[in-house]
Design a protein. Structure first.
Lengths: 112, 111
């Protein structure tokens, strides 16, 4: 299975600021996915990031709030912009293996 | 898009008993259904999966069944052990290869 490295692992941020989360994969993948997992909740898909094209966002998520970059087939970033306490969550990047999804270790974000 | 529902949200069983978690999905184009176990503070880990052309799959104490017509699938854990305690998520892979997750079941196995 692929190795997915995500950083930072955690951060505490002031409201109104932005945080960029990085996801590095040790193999080339066509699609990368970003999820949010709020405390005690399920994983909610934010967007799908394809290399060379704009990310596709799920209902309820917009590019201005969660801009995504996908400069190559092994790397992606998710930015959480203009943060508020409601953005406090775990953010996970994910790739698809042969069939199943693999996840990074997650970024635990706390907005104060 | 795909909508996955999962029940129950919490489940407590005595050690040695069986646990059953059920999920439904909405998109008939979904073709792959994994189950993930997530322990506190860790990333989700795949425990078993089933493809849409199979009705049942078993791996030791864990089994999954799929009813494509009814669009529901279930996880069965037999002879539960305390280390089975975790949150379990079902998921469905949509036609665009995105995974949509159920709301999770917090399983507690009581010794």
């Amino acid at each position: 299975s692929a190795v997915i490295s995500q950083k930072p692992s955690r951060d505490i941020c002031q409201r109104g600021t932005s945080l960029t989360i990085q996801c590095q994969v040790d193999s080339q993948v066509t699609m990368m996915f970003w999820y949010r997992q709020q405390p005690g909740q399920s994983l909610t898909l934010i967007a799908t990031a394809n290399q060379g094209s704009e990310a596709t966002y799920e209902s309820g998520f917009v590019i201005d709030k969660f801009p995504i970059s996908r400069p190559n087939l092994t790397f992606s970033t998710l930015t959480v912009s203009n943060m508020s306490p409601e953005d406090s969550s775990i953010y996970l990047c994910s790739i698809q293996g042969i069939a199943e999804a693999f996840f990074g270790q997650g970024t635990r974000l706390t907005v104060v | 898009g795909e909508n996955v529902e999962q029940h129950p949200s919490t489940l407590s069983v005595q050690e040695g008993d069986s646990a059953v978690i059920k999920c439904t999905y909405s998109d008939s184009a979904s073709n792959y259904f994994p189950w993930y176990k997530q322990e506190l503070g860790k990333r989700p880990q795949l425990i078993i999966d089933i493809r849409s052309n199979v009705g049942e799959k078993k791996d030791q104490r864990i089994a999954v069944t799929l009813n494509k017509t009814a669009k529901h699938f279930s996880l069965h854990i037999t002879e539960t052990q305390p280390e089975d305690s975790a949150v379990y998520f079902c998921a469905a892979r949509a036609a665009g290869n995105q995974f949509y997750f159920g709301t999770g079941t917090s399983l507690t196995v009581i010794p």
